[in-house]
Design a protein around this ligand. Structure first.
Ligand SMILES: Cc1cc2nc3c(=O)[nH]c(=O)nc-3n(C[C@H](O)[C@H](O)[C@H](O)COP(=O)(O)O)c2cc1C
Length: 401
């Protein structure tokens, strides 16, 4: 029997898959459909007090393709929801009534102490299960001293998290962090010090997706101007994994992961590095709520294959294997090894090794690559280039004999 339930900050999730605060969680009807499809929870798109003006611009999104494949990264210049707290209170009530076993979290952002505290109190009264505070939006909000302006300063993180925690009577408080800080563990440590219950890592990564080279305007174009936005999707997964791992290792506070999760394998990777909860945004926007079937089935299959009966057994299992660079073995002798049957003789490994490596690969007369074990230092660059995955790092054959 595989059990997909997992507790996060004292809240029990029917499964760890959660809609992140984003367009997919900005309507009651959408969240209801996601719950019907099998999602464990949702963080409703970030809301604010009624007096907060939210002035959206369009278009607000642009994507990055890579070698013809969509969508390796998404950039948005969206802001928090234009639905204020009065609307969100109603949604929380309705969703909790209809779906008492699903986790309904609300994301909030305020300018002043009174705003933060009012938001928490009203949402708590509406029956929300958990409060997430965005200290991390990289665009628009920082101009008002909100969003990542807070997340980039551990003192402001601690002060603001404390305000929220003070006002919360019942619900756990989670702080959503920005990766735009030299050391994210400083911000996570400030959250822990404030008494708040957990962190969400990470929000989008600040970036510019590209520039229209003829009109000389960056994307996304709003008339003849653009603004720096937040990057999400598969491209930011390595940054998110690193942040989750660093926080889990160095701070020891419950983490809900966000950033590039698309498949069950991504989900397992985040769990192995310490996440107790998994939020998805870009993948849901791109593929729809139905991806929950693949996520859950893949996770169950992995657990069965590995002999795990609960997710608790997975959380953090890879952390002891993440060490400082100086602690890595200097005696790991490996060389690139070719599976000749799989090779399509494209020559890309030869070019990569010749111009980006150690000139250890030559091309034979029959166009198959030949690896010189004496010259190969074992850097593994060729294995990252091969389009058919026919190169592997193995101990040198000569030494093995
Ligand atoms: C269009 C869009 C709107 C978003 N709005 C919010 C928001 O209101 N509040 C928030 O905390 N995060 C917001 N995010 C960030 C996501 O919740 C998520 O943290 C981020 O996209 C990284 O996850 P992903 O790679 O799965 O998309 C938004 C992201 C996108 C793409």
């Amino acid at each position: 029997m595989t059990d997909l339930t997992l507790e996060f900050c004292g809240v029990k999730y029917p499964n760890p898959f959660v809609l992140a605060a984003a367009p997919s969680s900005d309507k009651e009807e959408m969240v209801a459909r996601a719950f019907e499809a099998g999602w464990g929870g949702a963080v409703l798109k970030t809301t604010s007090v009624e007096s907060e003006e939210v002035s959206l611009v369009y278009p607000m999104m642009t994507g990055q393709d890579y070698e013809g494949k969509r969508l390796s990264a998404l950039e948005n210049i969206d802001l928090i929801s234009h639905h204020h707290i009065d609307e969100v209170e109603k949604r929380v009530r309705a969703l909790k009534k209809e779906y008492p076993d699903n986790v309904v979290a609300a994301s909030i952002m305020g300018q002043e102490k009174e705003h933060w505290q009012e938001l928490v109190q009203r949402l708590e009264a509406a029956g929300v299960d958990l409060i997430e505070c965005s200290f991390s939006c990289p665009h628009g909000m920082p101009e008002k001293g909100m969003g990542s302006t807070i997340g980039q300063n551990p003192d402001l993180v601690e002060r603001t998290a404390r305000w929220v925690k003070e006002a919360a009577r019942r619900v756990p408080v989670v702080i959503k962090l920005t990766p735009q800080i030299a050391d994210i563990t400083m911000a996570a440590a400030a959250v822990k010090k404030s008494g708040a219950d957990g962190v969400c890592a990470i929000n989008t990564v600040k970036g510019i997706m590209g520039v229209d080279v003829y009109e000389m305007v960056p994307y996304p174009r709003v008339k003849d101007k653009s603004a720096i936005g937040g990057i999400s999707g598969p491209a930011i997964k390595p940054v998110a994994l690193r942040c989750v791992a660093e926080i889990s290792q160095k701070v020891g506070i419950p983490v809900t992961a966000s950033g590039g999760i698309t498949t069950w394998r991504d989900a397992v990777e985040f769990l192995l590095l310490g996440a107790r909860n998994l939020q998805l945004c870009t993948a849901v926007m791109q593929y729809g709520f139905g991806i929950i079937d693949d996520l859950k089935e893949g996770l169950i299959h992995y657990m069965e294959e590995m002999g795990f009966s609960s997710l608790e057994e997975i959380v953090g299992q890879a952390l002891p294997n993440l060490v400082d660079h100086g602690a890595l073995s200097r005696e790991n002798e490996v060389v690139s090894t070719l599976d000749e049957d799989k090779c399509i003789k494209c020559g890309r490994c030869y070019v990569a090794c010749n111009d980006g490596g150690h000139q250890a690969i030559s091309i034979r007369e029959d166009r198959l690559p030949e690896i010189d074990e004496e010259e190969c230092v074992g850097c593994a660059f060729c294995t990252t280039i091969c389009p058919v995955y026919c190169l592997e790092m193995k101990p040198p054959q000569k030494k093995e004999a």
